[in-house]
Design a protein around this ligand. Sequence first.
Ligand code: CUA
Length: 429
Amino acid sequence: MNPTPLITTTEAVDKAFYIIFGISALSLLGITLAMLYLLWRYNRKRQPVPLSQKDHNVWLEVTWTIIPTILVMLMFWYGWEGYLSLRRIPDNAMIVKGSARMWSWLFSYQNGKTSDRLFVPVGQPVKVELIAEDVLHSFYVPAFRVKRDCVPGMPTYAWFVAEKPGSYDLFCAEYCGVGHADMITTVEALPASDFEEWLSVLPAAEDRGPELLKKNGCLGCHSLDGSPMVGPSFAGIGGRQITVVSNGKEISRNSDTAYLERSILDPNSEIVKGYPPAMPAYAGRIAEQDLTEIVAYLASLTETAPTAPPPSAISQPKPERQSVAPPPHLPIQDNPGLELARSNGCLGCHSLDGTPRVGPTFQGLFGSQRRLTREGEEIVLNADHDYLQRAIRNPNAEIVKGYPAAMPPYPGLSDDNLELLIDWLKDLP
Ligand code: CUA
């Protein structure tokens, strides 16, 4: 029961647009013609002396006040009505979650399916619930006249209905960094039956698990084959008894789903014995859907389950790894940079003594020549201040050769602290 007929976003915006455009075009024409006529009529050659000395005319002034007021109110009215149509969601809308992050879109459907393109059924309104995971982005589909800024911490939405099957461009319309232009994707409008078919094909959790772990950077520090890295291996992690250290006390825990979820969102409240507190907290950083699927996948890796084969899709160079003890012989002194490196978990993956770990060592880093991969191309550059800033703010845009793209970005690190860290790195031997 939908008493009001559906006005699409395209219709709503186009109506306001053409009315405003029409009024503007007519005004331009009218004003220009009047101007030309007066120019000709009162040219000094034609009219050397003024015909009258009138300095006002009430009716003329009332007219040129009332008519433009009506026109402006008319433009306001259609603009306002169009805006309301964009914000009012039709009752039968299908809900899709849209997540913007550097530098791609991720659309999640209610049955758990995710896609980097926005698939929609033709003829059904779609409400896209938008969030930004890191910086400002903007959801922009010109074909449906919708554009909505995505601000971190401010969930919002947009809706539209695709009336014809086809592929429509979807852009990020807010400059969000070097990969901004890569955020182009499409809305794929399919006939309802094709859409249902597409939606019903879910990749099995077992297949998606390793991919999600890789996507979230977990495999930089945790292996799937039982070998210890910076963190404990995932092999056999489902439901085993483990000893954790919390506030200096040893506790035995069963790694059930609740434990697994906690140890991803707030890893440093309980540390698995023998490992450093090196993992960044993923609360607010991992997509809810990813978390659910990762926990389910990890819980399925029981000791009796066949060992997960290292997925072929994941090829990582393996730098020499040591069984990891806390970083050795850290100079104990009042050093805010060192303190930051420690509290942000940098030292879990970067050594101070030249040993390669998950990431390259910090020793002699500043001013050294780095061989990097940027957008698939190999480059060599000098590790100067700007490079270090980029490497911390946006670690996966340039990857040091021989290392995996495993480092999470640190959106919580303030600019001041970033400078402190870089100053500290500069002074390292
Ligand atoms: Cu995201 Cu531009």
